[in-house]
Design a protein around this ligand. Sequence first.
Ligand code: OOG
Ligand code: MG
Length: 244
Amino acid sequence: MNRLAQRLDEAALSRTAIAKLTEETALDVPAAYQVQREVIARREARGEKLIGVKMGFTSRAKMIQMGVDDVIWGLLTDAMLIESHLDTGTLIHPRVEPEIAFLLERPVRSPADVGAAVGGVAVGYEVLDSRFAGFSFTLEDVIADNASASGFGLGPWHTPRAVANVGLTLEIDGRTVASGSSAAILGDPMRSLHAAARLAHAAGIELEAGWIVLAGAATAAVPLPPGAHVRVSGQGLGHAEVTT
Ligand code: OOG
Ligand code: MG
């Protein structure tokens, strides 16, 4: 497992796509999550801190785009938080997608804690950068690869409110390149938060106060070119912007 985590980590650091792990090594879902934890441990050894989790494949649009059909999760570190500019030259083949984010103000140890835990909601974007050639993978590969996580940015936090049907648009250089509704995220992004709580509970991980949960993209991801101005808007939630 360690050797596989090293391969993924080095692919990210050297910006070099690698072949799918499952081409050579049989991996089941638990083993894939073990690789993911080791990838994160390597980042923590470099001083990065865990600041939340991201859910993946919580919408049909994403499942269809990537050819997988199970909800997965990955871990977010402070080094992934993008302020206002991202140098795409540090990445392999980045893509961007709109997200709904939750801020936890209390820890979540089990799904029963979710209701009282949400301290804020925001619109945001996620930058994905699969370490696999062609952005092509099996479910186990993408789990091991920390759900293709690379970076993310957030708009302003708002007091908790219903986010079951928020119109989302993703613009690049003023042109709308993806749009949808947060309802595409398991019917309501809150369900994604419950799923995160279940996965965390099963993995023996506590979602801590102050952590961010990305609920998953409502639309397919789009390639993120250099020299771009990206803006993600969520009806009633404002927007998040980044230049590349
Ligand atoms: C995996 C990550 C999926 C989402 O929001 O569904 C994800 C990928 O598409 O490469 O982040
Ligand atoms: Mg995502």
